[in-house]
Design a protein around this ligand. Structure first.
Ligand SMILES: Nc1ncnc2c1ncn2[C@@H]1O[C@H](COP(=O)(O)OP(=O)(O)O)[C@@H](O)[C@H]1O
Ligand SMILES: [Mg+2]
Length: 372
């Protein structure tokens, strides 16, 4: 009998918590396994009582245990973790300490952090962020997106995320869409109501997103920035001294101005600009020719100006054409890169490949700066 119990326990180790994405055995969620002849009763402690994915856990546990030879029937009983158990779980996942540190700012962190920035809104920052994230996740990288755009927060929808983060103790578990962990300012405001975030509030919110969110070991964290230069840029530069930025522009924006603003932020925050993406570069006409309604050369000009201004090579990583599929994909929650073979998806994938293949050496890392 104890042999059967062992086999059942081994089978339970293959069941993952649908939110935390770790085996339930590892998370201390399996409270009891009772075996009576072939009848197995498993008691599972949920992280929170309103756990929205309880049915999935029951189904997964049942399916896993049913497979075990010698099992005749499976019953799953649900319980809820106590506060102490939740604290234990948080410590187990977040490394135990009580100190509130930003994991990505640790010298040993292997996560590459990219702030997707632009001088103005509406140039396609969120579209680029969502598509890059999905492309990277599909390549097998562990990816997170922090939507720091307090004015926009369109990221959750674009990545098909419909659920809210779950809180365990003071750890926030981000929902996942297309393999991407997503946290957005919009998830913490009443019915997505526009909020006037004041400086200190904004600072606290961003700190929580970086410190208390259970991101796990990410390969890449993309930060969808609000447009321009402001509190969020400064706060994030302080909290993420190793972050680099990708500048998104359209061909018609006054290139010199875009470059000047991006360059000023980079110099002030000591963040490296790794490249420029030109969006809405052209539209393909039915006869196959290209129409450039917004002019051309803006992206190349921004890259060249930044290269001269910053004293290191800032490449133009890609020119994304106008493709209504970008907006449609965002509405449907399926980023264009995941399905389409057209030019826009292909350029986005190429930029994703460039990001994925960038070595993550320590070269170019900055020391934390104090701008207070
Ligand atoms: N290459 C593109 N082709 C067509 N529409 C685009 C393209 N890039 C972005 N859009 C659309 O333009 C609008 C603004 O894009 P968005 O990504 O929200 O910009 P930002 O985050 O910079 O404000 C959205 O409606 C989006 O669907
Ligand atoms: Mg946006």
């Amino acid at each position: 009998m104890s042999d059967l119990k062992e086999r059942v326990t081994a089978a339970l180790a293959t069941v993952q918590d649908p939110e935390i994405h770790r085996p339930i055995t590892e998370l201390g969620m399996v409270r009891d396994v009772a075996v009576d002849a072939g009848a197995v009763t498993v008691t599972v402690a949920l992280t929170v009582s309103g756990c929205p994915l309880r049915e999935k856990i029951v189904a997964d546990v049942t399916a896993a245990v049913e497979q075990v030879p010698g099992v005749a029937s499976v019953a799953v009983e649900l319980d809820v973790m106590t506060d102490e158990q939740r604290t234990d779980l948080r410590k187990r996942l977040k490394g135990g300490g009580e100190e509130r540190t930003v994991p990505f700012a640790e010298p040993a962190s292997l996560t590459r952090v990219y702030c997707v920035a632009s001088a103005k809104g509406g140039v396609g920052k969120s579209s680029v962020t969502a598509n890059l994230a999905a492309a990277l996740a599909r390549r097998g990288l562990s990816v997170g997106v922090l939507d720091a755009d307090i004015y926009g927060h369109s990221i959750p929808r674009a990545l098909g995320v419909r659920t809210m983060p779950v809180q365990v103790d003071r750890m926030i578990i981000p929902p996942v869409g297309h393999g991407v962990k997503v946290i957005s300012m919009g998830m913490f405001t009443e019915k997505n109501a526009p909020v006037l975030w004041r400086g200190p509030m904004l600072h606290r919110a961003l700190e929580q997103f970086l410190v208390d969110v259970f991101w796990g070991d990410l390969d890449v964290l993309l930060v969808d920035m609000p447009p321009g230069t402001g509190d969020v840029q400064i706060t994030l530069a302080q909290m993420l001294p190793n972050a680099e930025s990708l500048v998104v522009t359209t061909p018609h924006l006054a290139a010199a101005e875009v470059a000047e603003r991006a360059g000023t932020v980079a110099l002030q925050t000591k963040q490296r600009i790794v490249g420029v993406v030109e969006n809405m570069a052209w539209a393909e006409l039915p006869d196959g020719s290209r129409w450039e309604p917004f002019g051309s050369g803006g992206g190349a000009q921004v890259a060249a100006t930044l290269t001269a201004e910053l004293g290191y090579e800032v490449p133009l990583l890609g020119r994304i054409p106008i493709d209504p599929g970008i907006g449609l994909g965002a509405d449907e929650g399926v980023p264009l890169v995941l399905g389409d073979e057209g030019a826009a998806a292909s350029v986005l994938r190429t930029v994703g490949d460039w990001v994925a293949d960038r070595p993550r050496g320590l070269a170019g890392r900055r020391l934390a700066l104090d701008m207070s």
